[in-house]
Design a binder for this molecule. Structure first.
Ligand code: K1U
Ligand code: ZN
Length: 167
């Protein structure tokens, strides 16, 4: 297994639209294992392939308290959504920034698992928010893009300043 490099906002590659996986192969399963290891090490509760510069529709998630319930979504499709909620979100590609975003409260997604079998998942609360956040990554959208242009520009400046200080 390997820890992969996570792209940092405002990297242009985070705006790439991911392509569907044609066939789930051993290479797909290796990428899923590496993504899961990267997510747990970060630590995070989700990771989209876009964030590790692989532009395929693959997501890993684990919102469980014990970090022992990995969910893999390959080619996820949103088939239903209802309600509205507003929660604070974070992102491994936008470190140290936490902002409230409004999303659907409950969703149903259809996806393939690591074996290439189709399944349906009903989610609510944090899991629903996390899936929507990760599905946005696959469409090239980062959560800060829901914020006002002023907030986005402040976040970009803050991250650039922080990076200058680190280098
Ligand atoms: O970068 C990502 O897409 C992962 C992101 C997922 C997410 C978090 C919160 C709301 C929506 C989506 C994260 O995992 S940020 C880190 C985080 O939330 C966390 C880290 C350790 C323990 C618990 C939470
Ligand atoms: Zn994110």
């Amino acid at each position: 297994m390997a820890i992969l490099k996570i792209l940092q906002y405002p990297d242009e590659r985070l705006h790439t639209v991911a392509k569907s996986v044609q066939t789930v192969t051993d290479d797909t399963r290796k990428l899923v294992r590496d993504m899961a290891e990267t997510m747990y090490a970060a630590p995070g509760i989700g990771l989209a392939a876009t964030q590790v510069d692989v532009h395929e529709r693959i997501i890993v998630l684990d919102t469980s308290e014990m970090h022992d319930q990995l969910t893999v979504l390959i080619n996820p499709e949103l088939i239903a959504s209802s309600g509205e909620c507003e929660r604070e979100e974070g992102c491994l590609s936008v470190p140290g920034i936490y902002e409230h975003v409004r999303r659907a409260e409950r969703i149903t997604v259809r996806a393939l698992n690591e074996q290439g079998e189709m399944f349906t998942l009903e989610a609510e609360d944090l899991l629903a928010v996390c899936i929507q956040h990760e599905m946005d990554h696959l469409l090239g959208k980062v959560f800060v893009e829901y914020l006002s242009p002023l907030k986005q520009s402040r976040i970009r400046s803050k991250l650039k300043k922080r990076r200058r200080e680190i280098l």
